[in-house]
Design a protein around this ligand. Structure first.
Ligand SMILES: [Zn+2]
Length: 548
C-alpha cells in the first residue's frame, strides 16, 4: 500500500472533525441547515489552519441530499457520486494560475450546470496571487453569479485582496489552533497509529508549529518516521533546522556578556550542524520578545519558562536595541549571498553596542596605541555612567584628528589607485581571519585617500560603528591588500557630505589643513585653534570638481 502522508490521512472529512475554528464551523453548518447559502465566501487566515479542508467539507455538505446537522451523510446518491468523481468541486491554485486566461475560462464554464451535484463549487486557493486583470475578470463573475455556483476564495494575505472583491464575499477569519486542541489532535493520531510518543515531544511539536495544524501533523509524521525509540528534543530541532531554546539563551548570553569568542563558537556549531541562520535570527527575536513579556506580565509563561526568561540579564532598552538590529540583519540576510559573514559582522556590532561602555571601544583603542609602540602619557579615562566624559571622547578626538589628517594629505591619484585594487577584497570573503573585515569593507567605499590615510564611508551608520570597533584589524588587512601601512577612519555618508562641504568652503577661504600628531593632540586636548594655512591639492578628485 502506498504511503499516505499523515496530514492527508487525518484531514478532517466532516465539520465535526475540524479543530480550532469553532465559530466559523458553526456558522457554516447553520447556513447549510437553514439553506442560506451565499455565492461567495472568503476564508482568511494563517497557513495550515484548515481553510482548504473546510472549503472542501462545505462543498460536499452543501451538495448532500441527507444532510445531518450540517455534515454530509456520505451515503446518499450525491455524496457517493462526489466521492467517485468530484467534477463539480473545482480547486484552483492561484499561485500557479494567476493569469486572466484561467479566470476567463472559469467565467465561460460557470454558466454550465453542474454535472452531478446541486452546486458547482470553485475553491480558489492563495487568491491574493491573482493578477489585477484576473481579479477584474473574477469580479465580473462575482457580480452576477449563476444560482448553481459557489466561490470559496482562500488567502493568507487579505490586505492584497481588492475591496471590490472583499465587498462581494462573506468573510471568515481562521485562527491559529490553540495548544490544547492541537495537543489532543496529535495525541489522537498517535493512538490511531499505535505509536508511543512522550507528552514532552508532542508539546514541543505543538510549540514549534505555532498554531498551524498542517505543520504540526507534518512534523509529527517526520518524528514517527524516525527509527530511534527515544526521540530527543534536539532531534526535533534538527529536523526544523533550528536549535533548542536553551542554546539560543546561551548564545544570547555571549552577546550580553561580550564573549565574542564564545559567540563565534556557537555560530560555528550552528553552521556545521546545518542550521538555517535566518531561523536562528528568528529564534533570537522570539526569545527577546518572551523576555520582554516575562519581565512585564506576571506568570505569563507556564512551568519554569517565566523564571528562565526573567533570569536573563537584559533590560527593556537593550531588548529594543537588539530587536531593531536583528530585524535589520534579517532584511540584509535575504539579500546576502554570504549570510554567515553578515551574521558575524552584526554579532560583533550587537555585542559592542550592548557592551559599549565596558570594553570594546577602549580595548581597541588601547591596542591601537600599543601597537604603534608609543604610550600615551595621559591615562585613558575609565568609562562609567557617572562620569560624563567617557573614553569615547578620546576616540572621537582620534576620529577628528584622522579626518583632519586625511583632508590634509588626500589626493586624487591615491584614491584612483585604491579603488583600482578594491575588488581584490573579494578574494578574502572566504578567508578565515579576514572574512568579516572583507565583508564590512565591501559594504562601504573609500572616499578620500593619501599614501598614509584612508577614509571610508558607509550608508549604514551601524557599520561605521563596527568599523570603529575594528580599526586595528582593518589596518592589518589593508596591509595584506595594499602592502602599505594605512591609518583608517570611517564616517557615514551624511557625515561625509557635511565634511566635504565644509572642506570646500575652507578651500575657497584658503584655509590649510595641517597634519596633526595623533598622540600629541591626545595629551593636549585643551589646546585649541590649530592653525590652518593654505590648501594646495585637489583632494577629492572629480567629486569636488563637479560641485565647483
Ligand atoms: Zn449525503
Amino acid at each position: 500500500m502506498p504511503y499516505v502522508a499523515l496530514y492527508r490521512k487525518y484531514r478532517p472529512k466532516k465539520f465535526d472533525d475540524v479543530i480550532g475554528q469553532k465559530v466559523t464551523v458553526e456558522i457554516l453548518k447553520n447556513s447549510i441547515i437553514n439553506n442560506k447559502i451565499s455565492h461567495a465566501y472568503l476564508f482568511n487566515g494563517p497557513r495550515g489552519t484548515g481553510k482548504t479542508s473546510v472549503a472542501k467539507i462545505f462543498a460536499r455538505s452543501v451538495n448532500c441530499l441527507n444532510n445531518k446537522n450540517g455534515n454530509a451523510c456520505g451515503t446518499c446518491e450525491l455524496c457517493k457520486k462526489i466521492q467517485e468523481n468530484d467534477v463539480d468541486i473545482i480547486e484552483i491554485d492561484a499561485a500557479s494560475n494567476n493569469g486572466v486566461e484561467e479566470i476567463r475560462e472559469i467565467r465561460s464554464k460557470v454558466k454550465l450546470l453542474p454535472a452531478v451535484a446541486k452546486y458547482k463549487v470553485y475553491i480558489i486557493d492563495e487568491v491574493h496571487m491573482l493578477s489585477t486583470g484576473a481579479f477584474n475578470a473574477l469580479l465580473k463573475t462575482l457580480e452576477e453569479p449563476p444560482s448553481h455556483v459557489i466561490f470559496i476564495l482562500a488567502t493568507t494575505e487579505i490586505h492584497k485582496i481588492p475591496l471590490t472583491i472583499l465587498s462581494r464575499c462573506q468573510r471568515f477569519d481562521f485562527n491559529k489552533v490553540n495548544s490544547e486542541e492541537m495537543f489532543a489532535k496529535l495525541n489522537q493520531i498517535c493512538k490511531l497509529e499505535k505509536k508511543d510518543i512522550s507528552d514532552n515531544i508532542l508539546k514541543l511539536i505543538v510549540k514549534l508549529s505555532d498554531g498551524g495544524c498542517r505543520d504540526a501533523i507534518n512534523l509529527l509524521d517526520q518524528v514517527l518516521s524516525l527509527s530511534s525509540e527515544n526521540i530527543t528534543e534536539d532531534e526535533i530541532y534538527d529536523m526544523q533546522g533550528i536549535t533548542s531554546e536553551d542554546k539560543i539563551i546561551d548564545f544570547l548570553n555571549t552577546i550580553l556578556e561580550n564573549d565574542i569568542v564564545g559567540g563565534m563558537k556557537f555560530l560555528d556549531s550552528f553552521v556545521n550542524s546545518g542550521k538555517n541562520l535566518n531561523g536562528i535570527v528568528e529564534q533570537l527575536l522570539i526569545l527577546l520578545h518572551n523576555i520582554a513579556i516575562a519581565n512585564t506580565v506576571d506568570n505569563f509563561f507556564q512551568g519554569d519558562s517565566q523564571k528562565k526568561y526573567i533570569a536573563i540579564n537584559v533590560n527593556l532598552e537593550n531588548i529594543k536595541i537588539l530587536t531593531n538590529i536583528l530585524i535589520e540583519l534579517e532584511n540584509q540576510m535575504n539579500k546576502s549571498t554570504n549570510q554567515r559573514n553578515l551574521f558575524e559582522t552584526y554579532y560583533i556590532y550587537m555585542s559592542s553596542v550592548i557592551n559599549d561602555c565596558k570594553t570594546n571601544v577602549s580595548n581597541n583603542f588601547v591596542n591601537l596605541v600599543k601597537n604603534r609602540k608609543q604610550t600615551p602619557k595621559k591615562e585613558l579615562k575609565e568609562c562609567s555612567s557617572e562620569n560624563g566624559e567617557s573614553v569615547n571622547t578620546d576616540f572621537n578626538l582620534l576620529k577628528k584628528i584622522r579626518i583632519n589628517n586625511i583632508l590634509a594629505t588626500a589626493n586624487k591619484e591615491e584614491l584612483i589607485k585604491i579603488n583600482h585594487d578594491y575588488e581584490r577584497i573579494n578574494d578574502f570573503i572566504a578567508n578565515k581571519v579576514y572574512n568579516n573585515i572583507a565583508a564590512l569593507l565591501l559594504s562601504g567605499k573609500v572616499v578620500a585617500a593619501s599614501s598614509e590615510y584612508l577614509l571610508f564611508s558607509f550608508d549604514d551608520k551601524s557599520l561605521v560603528k563596527v568599523f570603529l570597533s575594528n580599526l586595528e584589524k582593518i589596518e592589518k588587512f589593508l596591509y595584506e591588500i595594499y602592502n602599505n601601512e594605512y591609518k583608517v577612519m570611517s564616517v557615514d555618508s551624511n557625515e561625509w557630505v557635511n565634511i566635504k562641504n565644509e572642506f570646500i568652503i575652507n578651500k575657497k577661504n584658503k584655509v590649510v589643513y595641517e597634519i596633526l600628531p595623533e598622540l600629541d593632540v591626545l595629551q593636549n586636548q585643551n589646546k585649541k585653534n590649530t592653525k590652518f594655512e593654505s590648501i594646495t591639492n585637489n583632494i577629492f578628485g572629480d567629486e569636488v570638481e563637479t560641485i565647483n
